[in-house]
Write a protein that binds this ligand. Structure first.
Ligand SMILES: [Zn+2]
Length: 276
């Protein structure tokens, strides 16, 4: 879709599944299963939505899905299903890996940084040979020494080959990536998550990343139990969702399997989701 003079599009890396209880934390299953029907292992199917931004000067990819570097057992555990993937979605738009100028990783969890790298001739290398990868400095530091609570979320093969190739650009806090594209550090899901705000000619798109993974997470208390700082997530949502409504943002929901892009409108004191 057009966003001012930019072009933005969701490109999918397929789907995967996580425990439904973990996705909704204190919310009882009888409430969340109205949105997501769990499988017999209590897992719910989630999207892996990246965003392609074409500014006219640069091709920017926000997050890179879960990627292909998985052994059969882990693929099965997360029910990774590549109905499509990042490179074939780019290819369908006439873009090869060398056409991506910038990758922005909202954070380095494996379901956001998976296609940062690919295996080629037995070696793991950056997927996008010309790109600079924009990462929060604190997130890279944490990914390199995670604690027991989130160790399972990081896989060094997603970022160390990029670092070795000298392609990581570390940023501290809010920062302009190119004119019209800014990263905003918003803690909650973890300490150094960065959301992405895209502005062109008075229109705004916003990648919430794991602050708002699906449209079912719009209610303030519907916060994932993966979040390290859930009360901060809640406060960020109470501030950002009204702003999204007021300023008519195109909101990107990275893990929503059905509604990756939507505007939010307020009706009778309720937030309604309008797919775009
Ligand atoms: Zn995450």
């Amino acid at each position: 879709m057009k966003l001012g003079s930019f072009d933005i599009e969701v490109i999918s890396d397929g789907t995967f599944a996580l425990d439904g209880g973990a996705m909704f934390s204190v919310v009882p299953r009888v409430l969340w299963e109205r949105f997501f029907r769990p499988d017999d292992l209590n897992r719910i199917r989630l999207g892996l939505n990246a965003l392609l931004v074409r500014t006219g000067r640069e091709n920017i990819l926000v997050d890179t899905g879960i990627g292909h570097k998985w052994d059969p057992r882990s693929r099965d555990r997360y029910s990774i299903t590549h109905e499509t993937d990042i490179l074939s979605e780019l290819g369908a738009r006439g873009l090869g890996p060398e056409d991506i100028d910038i990758v922005i990783n909202t954070h380095l969890h494996f379901d956001h940084a998976g296609t940062n790298t690919v295996e080629r001739d037995g070696e793991i290398v950056p997927t996008f040979p010309r790109a600079r990868y924009v990462v929060q400095r604190g997130e890279l530091e944490h990914a390199r020494s995670p604690h027991e609570r989130d160790r399972a979320s990081y896989r060094p093969e997603d970022f160390e080959p990029v670092a070795r190739a000298g392609q990581i650009e570390q940023v501290d806090g809010d920062s302009e990536v190119v004119p019209g594209v800014r990263v905003l550090k918003l803690s909650g899901h973890n300490r150094d998550l960065q959301c992405v705000r895209i502005d062109s000619e008075g229109e705004t798109a916003f990648v919430f990343a794991d602050l708002l993974p699906t449209t079912a997470h719009i209610a303030p208390a519907w916060v994932m139990s993966y979040d390290l700082y859930p009360v901060e997530t809640l406060e960020q949502k109470k501030r950002l969702i009204p702003q999204a409504v007021r300023e008519r943002w195109v909101c990107v929901f990275e893990h929503d399997p059905h509604i990756p892009l939507a505007r939010l409108i307020e009706q009778n004191e309720r937030i309604e989701v309008l797919r775009v």
